[in-house]
Ligand binder design. Sequence first.
Ligand SMILES: O=P(O)(O)OC[C@H]1O[C@H](OP(=O)(O)OP(=O)(O)O)[C@H](O)[C@@H]1O
Ligand SMILES: O=C(O)c1cc(=O)[nH]c(=O)[nH]1
Length: 216
Amino acid sequence: MIKVIENTSKSHQIAKMLLEIGAIQLNIEKPFSWSSGWNSPIYCDNRLSLSFPAIRSYIKNLLAEQVKTNYPDVEAIAGVATAGIPQGALVADSLELPFLYVRSKPKGHGMENMIEGKITKNQKVVLVEDLVSTGGSSLKAAAALKQAEFDILGMAAIFTYGFDVAEQNFGNANIPLFCLSDYNTLIDEALSQNLISGEQVAFLKSWREDPSTWNN
Ligand SMILES: O=P(O)(O)OC[C@H]1O[C@H](OP(=O)(O)OP(=O)(O)O)[C@H](O)[C@@H]1O
Ligand SMILES: O=C(O)c1cc(=O)[nH]c(=O)[nH]1
């Protein structure tokens, strides 16, 4: 189950802030390569929000609110490497909870850990991620935590593209995900600010129907 926060003024505010700081880039001629291996005409760089204190705090507070409201039993926060690490650490600090992070693969030297941090087995963990496309990175981190015998309550993220494949992946893993904003809200916001044309909206909507085959 993937849900975008019900307060539309807040999800619009997040989209507005991401547009304001130039976190959203469109490029049809030179597509962006995504972590899933897909090529995409759009990229949402939530990492930039970290450099803007007011926006960083707004996101932190909304993520913390989502965690507290939807997972009242939470005992620890985990960040998905790498972009989910700072977001997760900010949330953990705000909620005064322990923090850990999950690498995309075990470190090749030193302690060779995939999970970094120290919490007790069976503790109730909420994963924080900056963005979900297919959900592959998030669910890999969740699987690693489950294997290490942590109890995953669910996830929170800043942004989701709302792809069907992500809905299926989170459903199959039985992990709920709460997001602050999404692709449709972003397009509405960009259009209302005249940042994109009606023609671009039509293209972006049709791309989203079958993103795995576009330009691949
Ligand atoms: O839902 P998915 O299809 O897995 O895609 C989303 C993932 O892609 C990005 O990370 P990226 O792999 O680019 O690495 P980074 O976090 O280290 O920047 C993003 O931060 C998510 O973790
Ligand atoms: O899927 C990805 O890799 C991805 C997409 C996107 O818009 N932003 C991002 O940081 N990663």
